[in-house]
Ligand binder design. Structure first.
Ligand SMILES: Cc1cc2nc3c(=O)[nH]c(=O)nc-3n(C[C@H](O)[C@H](O)[C@H](O)COP(=O)(O)OP(=O)(O)OC[C@H]3O[C@@H](n4cnc5c(N)ncnc54)[C@H](O)[C@@H]3O)c2cc1C
Length: 491
């Protein structure tokens, strides 16, 4: 007997979008969320709720932000972020490896999918606080990232959950999917451990949206390499690759950048996995305005290679490769006001001083003598003749250093001097399952596995090496919606 039309495994953005989309066509949709209700919502809940999407200007944004006022439009330069720009960004940062068909869908469906979410009741606003600077009295957006869910990640998950419940979708919390019910004709259900009891549930189709494997220390080390067991997990502790394993067990293809991941600068003393009370506050994303030095007192990366949105996701790995797996971000008083809110949280590992000499003496586990030499050499190499402008790649660089800074190079000369200790925080793994444009999971023979669909973090082939900020939620929503619709059609 078939109990459900569609079972969705996971409780984050991709899963809830899949459930809503399936529920538009069929009646009996069940969501299995491994986390207890108080920790539900996966990595999606840890986010700032930023969505990367293509838009032509304020007219498109008004379809998402219904209360965008004439004054706000007059006082803001929203610019545009075209489909071509989104596609180019994906191609460039993934070093031209992103699956072209899936990427085309991601890009082209980014705005329509957000509009669909808006129609279903999710509210959006413009990310004034995070992605725009005020220049000459007018906000100017930069980096192609303009829209965020009201209430950030927690607001997004709460709103999707309420909409799903109102639509009659059943959600079980504390329900860990263990395996797929499958035979030669495809997938027919899920074995789940719910409230301590193992149950076999049958359904016409299954959507997997249970996240990546970044919270699985053993898999991280096995697939990403030695040292990755030392990274901190930024988000949920529940994304341990269960759904990927369940699928591989029945013959699904492994696909994408299995040794790659999204990883950022994260407070050195942050807990082992994410803390919902702090959310993304442990991240430290203002490095383009300062310099990095490692425990040997050396600079090791071009902090100003590109806008932060295009470098932050790959620099976590670079920090992990440093001696003692950490680094300092150093700023002076000139840029203090420009540092993001996360620099002002209570749980921060920081040193402050009135001179560079005093500052380096306060840097734990670090060669202060080298650090002072390095910072002085950096100061001497800055092209101060080029004006600083945070809104564009200003070309204000250093010259003649072993590792130059390409943009936004300011001298460190104004007290107070501040140093923030960061390590590598892993966000999500890039490797996963192979899907087609209908979000059907493909077998290692290259054919769809009947009844099995997937979306979100556990899909491989879209992100490689790096990632344009804000694409994770868009990816989950776009393919979640498609997976839900395809699964419902098959039901
Ligand atoms: C701190 C932080 C900030 C971020 N900021 C942004 C941002 O602003 N914008 C952006 O686009 N992206 C951001 N990201 C990335 C983004 O969170 C992810 O790309 C996206 O949320 C993934 O959505 P998902 O639904 O695939 O996975 P998740 O939201 O992680 O959901 C996976 C779900 O599966 C459940 N699960 C796991 N195993 C099982 C099982 N066996 N059975 C049942 N359920 C299971 C989990 O409990 C979880 O609910 C951020 C990530 C972090 C950690």
């Amino acid at each position: 007997m078939v109990n459900y039309d569609v079972i969705v495994v996971g409780g984050g953005n991709a899963a809830l979008c899949a459930a809503l989309s399936a529920g538009e066509q069929v009646k009996k949709v069940l969501v299995l969320e491994r986390a207890p209700e108080e920790e539900a919502g996966g990595n999606s809940r840890f986010t700032a709720g930023l969505f990367r999407l293509a838009y032509r200007g304020p007219e498109d944004l008004k379809t998402l932000i219904l209360d965008l006022s004439a004054d706000e439009i007059a006082n803001t330069d929203f610019g545009a972020y075209t489909e071509e720009q989104f596609f180019d960004d994906m191609a460039r940062v993934t070093e031209y490896r992103c699956d072209p068909d899936l990427t085309e869908i991601l890009v082209k469906q980014s705005l329509p999918t957000a509009q669909w979410m808006r129609k279903r009741g999710v509210r959006f606003t413009a990310a004034w606080g995070r992605q725009a600077f005020k220049i000459g009295g007018k906000f100017k957006f930069w980096g192609g990232l303009t829209v965020e869910a009201v209430g950030g990640g927690p607001g997004l998950v709460e709103s999707l959950t309420q909409i799903a419940k109102k639509a009659g979708i059943e959600i079980w919390y504390g329900a860990r999917a263990a395996s797929l019910v499958a035979d030669d004709s495809g997938v027919h259900g899920v074995v789940v451990k719910h409230e301590g009891k193992t149950k076999t549930l049958s359904s016409r189709s299954v959507v997997l949206a249970a996240g990546g494997f970044q919270a699985n220390t053993e898999w991280r080390t096995r697939y990403m390499g030695p040292g990755w067991e030392l990274a901190k997990v930024r988000g949920t502790r529940f994304n341990t690759g269960d759904a990927i394993r369940m699928s591989l067990d029945i013959g699904a293809a492994a696909h994408g950048n299995w040794s790659g991941c999204h990883a950022v600068a994260w407070d050195r003393n942050a807990p082992e996995t994410g803390d919902l009370a702090v959310g993304d506050g442990f991240q430290k994303h203002s490095y383009p305005w300062g310099v990095y030095i490692n425990a040997d007192g050396r600079r090791f990366v071009d902090e100003g290679a590109d806008f932060r949105n295009y470098t932050y996701a790959k620099y976590g790995r670079v920090i992990l490769q440093q001696p003692k797996q950490f680094a300092w971000q150093i700023f002076d008083g000139k840029v203090k006001a420009q540092l993001r809110d996360e620099y002002r949280i209570k749980q921060v590992t920081k040193a402050t001083a009135n001179t560079l000499e005093e500052l380096v003496a306060k840097l734990d586990d670090t060669n202060g003598e080298n650090a002072l030499k390095e910072l002085r050499a950096y100061n001497a190499a800055v092209r101060t003749d080029i004006p600083f402008n945070p809104n564009v790649k200003d070309g204000r660089c250093t010259q003649g250093l072993a590792i130059n800074k390409s943009n936004w190079a300011n001298t460190l000369d104004t007290p107070p001097f501040e140093a923030y200790a960061v390590t590598c925080g892993i966000t999500f793994s890039f490797g996963g399952l192979r899907i087609n444009t209908e979000a059907q999971v493909l077998s290692s023979d290259g054919v769809p596995i009947p009844g099995l669909y997937a979306a979100g973090e556990l899909v491989g082939g879209i992100f490689w090496f790096n990632y344009p900020g804000g694409s994770g939620l868009t990816n989950g929503s776009v393919f979640g919606k498609i997976a839900g619709a395809s699964a419902a059609q098959a039901a």
